[in-house]
Design a protein around this ligand. Structure first.
Ligand code: FE
Ligand code: FE
Ligand code: ZN
Length: 292
């Protein structure tokens, strides 16, 4: 079975039930969401009734809850020493929220070292993760592979490996691949099996818990991080289809984070249909504009 979905919203009134309904409207069987605005710390308490209703709905439509993913807020930066206590505290409270929601996987950007250097950055990320992961929740933090924009840590597998090596609680740490970021970081996505072999040598592919499926607006090794709709970027449709249908990652959720068309129309229903059909539609974006 192919587990495919997209980033969806989460608002204070409908919470995870609203996220499930949005995923359903795209024909998805998994999804990813933030538990509140990613750029601030305002969070509403988790409503147990909405969680229960969401679980019933997922059972009804065949969404496997164990494949659902949360994205940690991007204001968290474990590298930054001035923000360190804040980041650790907020990440810890997010882990608790995610645990209360019953979600297992939370994707985290490792952080940006902003002048401290990679070594110090990695050291701080490890200290932060060891403070957050206390072995008292089921939540697995997935470190996202980054594009290497600015001073981002985690754009090479070796950096991700160094972080994992330093984390004491190895059963609660993993990796989230992002195809746009990998391309922009210099990993050629036209031979994904070769990349997986390399990943398996360095870290072990059993550590991959999620894969973000995005095309890229920029060339290989551009260190830019600008996502493009499926088939409309430099990675291309056939390469993305090969990644999506790769048998070695069969059990892993595939999450689209492609841009809204004209910043207005969500493309996910159409992209998921196109991915299921395995046939590229060069008029897809126009079709979305007309049907929205
Ligand atoms: Fe991300
Ligand atoms: Fe991503
Ligand atoms: Zn990105």
């Amino acid at each position: 079975m192919l587990y495919i979905g997209s980033h969806v919203g989460f608002n204070k009134n409908t919470q995870i039930l609203g996220s499930v309904l949005e995923a359903c409207s795209y024909g998805a069987n998994t999804f990813m969401f933030y538990t509140g605005a990613p750029q601030n710390t305002m969070r509403n308490p988790i409503d147990d009734k909405l969680v229960n209703d969401a679980i019933s709905k997922m059972k009804e439509v065949g969404i496997d809850f164990s494949k659902v993913v949360v994205h940690a807020p991007y204001i968290i930066n474990l590298c930054n020493e001035e923000k360190f206590d804040f980041s650790v505290g907020f990440l810890r409270s997010e882990v608790e929220r995610v645990h209360k929601l019953g979600v297992k996987y939370m994707v985290l950007h490792p952080g940006s070292h902003v002048g401290l250097g990679v070594d110090k950055g990695i050291e701080n990320i490890i200290s932060g993760l060891n403070l957050v992961l206390k072995g008292d929740t089921d939540v697995v933090i997935l470190l996202e592979t980054m594009a290497g924009k600015g001073s981002e840590v985690g754009s090479t597998l070796e950096e991700i490996k160094r972080i994992i090596d330093g984390v004491e609680d190895k059963s609660h740490i993993g990796v989230c691949l992002d195809t746009c970021h990998l391309n922009d970081a210099g990993y050629d996505m036209s031979d994904f099996d070769k990349y997986l072999d390399y990943f398996d040598d360095v870290i072990g592919i059993e550590k991959i818990g999620c894969i973000h499926i995005n095309d890229s607006k920029n060339e290989l090794n551009s260190h830019k991080d600008r996502h493009e709709n499926i088939g409309f970027g430099t990675i291309g449709f056939n390469n993305l289809i090969n990644i999506i249908y790769n048998e070695r990652l069969k059990e892993i959720p595939r999450i689209l984070e492609t841009p809204y068309v004209d910043k207005e129309y969500p493309p996910y229903k159409y992209e998921i249909e196109m991915i299921r059909s395995k046939i590229f539609d060069e008029n897809l974006l126009d079709k979305i504009r007309k049907q929205s």
